[in-house]
Design a protein around this ligand. Structure first.
Ligand code: SAH
Ligand code: SF4
Ligand code: F3S
Length: 483
């Protein structure tokens, strides 16, 4: 169990274009915070700026342009970015010509205010305006500040081929939609990412096929609520173009799974109110769709869920869990939980604890409620659970989850699992790491395998969240000859 969050587990990574093909022009340092969608967006930004002649660096002293792709989900996510900006301020004192830009959700939330609050920032660009980056940088070069925070109803960056950053050449993210229409009362995402829109399935399947052809063996389909993916159909259920098929998420996942049985398919995030049995049946039908579902519950109490505007009750959620356990008995399930939401009583908190014990999650991302400006909760409810109580409840939630995770991890010991080899273990260069279908990391001696191969691993031991084992069979990766 890790008390880590989607937006904290990869925070602040430097993103490098692995094989710069450009003649070295200006140097870009691109740092990303937040969820997987933000990391995926950074790959779009890298693509747009590499076309505009930038190459990447990790060294701020060498950078002509520093871009921070930011997250606004909780106050501490924003504070972390402010801390980074302080650091870059000290460098800019020595190098006044260096351009500093803020991208992503914090840029969208704060807009021009960011220029007032953070004097060193030259450039503020929201998530739907990245195509405009080269123009905006030109504008900054003429000595002006530049801002574009227009949100779009159409932009999906569908035809931009992302430059894979920090890539292992084996696993990749594919954004299938943008924005969110759900308006959960605690959440800033609908304000920072705009309206929900789905990307053309043809471009998604092509991206998966292209990745497979160059050796990638796993794709993760990304959206804030993948279950509401829809193509060629309006929110009201009307068909847009009668000559084209409509595609829902279950169908899209099937199309991607059919690219090759050797391409693993994962996805995130599912929404309990929209996850249909169709999705579960497609998962059951295809071996290469991984047995792992992230199904954020947020709270185990129906009244709290109502105030959160989540669109489901405790009973509905548990009935979705039953459906998973019935249709996919081997699936691992993870969740997100918020402690101390507005008005949460001790009994309501206990309902969250009892739900966790009932579901037995494999993994959970757990947070203290952080009030976000403009959200429904901020306008309608008082943030009235004292900080210490939020903290104490969070600790209780974490303790329960640590126990569940340890028990779940142990169940894999003694079993053989198919693992996609992702690369050398961070802790030992004699070992590889990869994940089993259920998304648990396995570590094992390298033997004759290579990254990108599938291997069978006999799990003979485990730590709290990691499996330890040895290879019993290797299925080498075959990359089709390129012409
Ligand atoms: N689209 C996903 C969640 C994206 S945000 C979904 O609907 O599940 C990731 C997680 O951050 C959320 O699931 C929630 O648990 C947490 N989160 C969002 N807003 C928050 C806030 N204001 N305070 C604390 N946690 C929050
Ligand atoms: Fe936020 Fe809810 Fe949308 Fe998730 S579904 S991004 S929690 S509004
Ligand atoms: Fe953060 Fe924006 Fe993602 S607020 S969690 S980076 S969508």
């Amino acid at each position: 169990m890790e008390e880590k969050t989607i937006d904290e587990n990869r925070q602040g990574e430097y993103l490098m274009i692995d094989t710069p093909t450009q003649v070295v022009g200006r140097k870009l340092l691109l740092e990303s915070y937040g969820c997987q969608m933000n990391f995926s967006d950074s790959e779009i930004v890298a693509s747009i700026l590499s076309e505009a002649g930038f190459s990447t660096t990790r060294d701020p002293e060498e950078a002509d342009l520093i871009l921070l792709n930011t997250c606004a989900i909780r106050d501490n996510a924003e504070q972390r970015v402010r801390g980074r900006l302080d650091y870059f301020r000290s460098i800019k004192k020595r190098k006044p010509e260096m351009v500093v830009g803020v991208l992503g959700c914090m840029a969208e939330r704060l807009r021009e205010k960011l220029l007032e609050e953070e004097k060193l920032v030259d450039l503020v660009v929201g998530p739907d305006a990245y195509r405009d980056l080269p123009n905006l940088i030109d504008q900054v070069d003429t000595g002006q500040k530049a801002v574009n925070v227009l949100l779009s109803r159409e932009e999906t960056y569908a035809e931009i081929t992302p430059v894979r950053l920090n890539s292992n050449g084996i696993t990749a993210f594919i954004s299938i939609m943008r924005g969110c229409d759900n308006m959960c009362s605690f959440c800033v995402v609908p304000f920072t990412r705009g309206r929900e829109r789905s990307r053309d399935p043809k471009s998604i399947v092509k991206e998966a096929q292209d990745l497979f052809n160059i050796g990638y063996r796993e794709v993760t389909l990304l959206g804030q609520n993948v279950d509401s993916y829809k193509w060629n159909i309006t929110n009201k259920g009307e068909i847009v173009n009668p000559d084209e098929p409509t595609v829902n998420f279950a169908q899209l996942m099937e199309m991607v799974a059919l690219v090759s049985p050797d391409l693993r398919v994962r996805f995130s995030t599912s929404h309990p109110k929209d996850m249909t049995d169709d999705v579960l049946h497609v998962m059951a039908k295809y071996e290469n769709i991984c047995n792992y579902i992230h199904l954020p519950v947020q709270s185990g109490n129906s009244e709290v869920l109502k105030r959160m505007n989540r669109g489901y009750s405790r009973e509905w959620y548990l009935q979705r869990i039953d459906a998973i356990k019935r249709i996919l008995p081997d699936a691992a399930i993870s969740t997100d939980i918020i402690s101390g939401f507005c008005g949460e009583t001790e009994e309501q908190h206990q309902d969250t604890i009892s739900l966790m014990k009932e579901v037995q999650y494999d993994l959970a991302y757990m947070f203290k409620y952080s009030e976000r400006p403009k959200t429904l909760a901020e306008r309608k409810y008082e943030d009235d659970v004292p900080e210490e109580i939020k903290g104490r409840r969070l600790k209780e939630i974490i303790d329960v989850q640590m126990e569940c995770s340890a028990i779940r991890t142990k169940t894999y010991v003694g079993q053989v699992h198919r693992v996609l080899v992702e690369g050398t273990s961070k802790k030992s260069d004699q070992h590889y790491q990869g994940r089993i279908s259920q998304n648990v990391v396995a570590i094992f001696p390298k033997g004759d395998a290579k990254p990108g191969d599938y291997v069978d691993v006999l799990v003979n031991d485990c730590t709290a969240v990691t499996l330890l084992g040895e290879i019993t069979a290797v299925y080498p990766r075959v990359i089709a000859a390129q012409n």
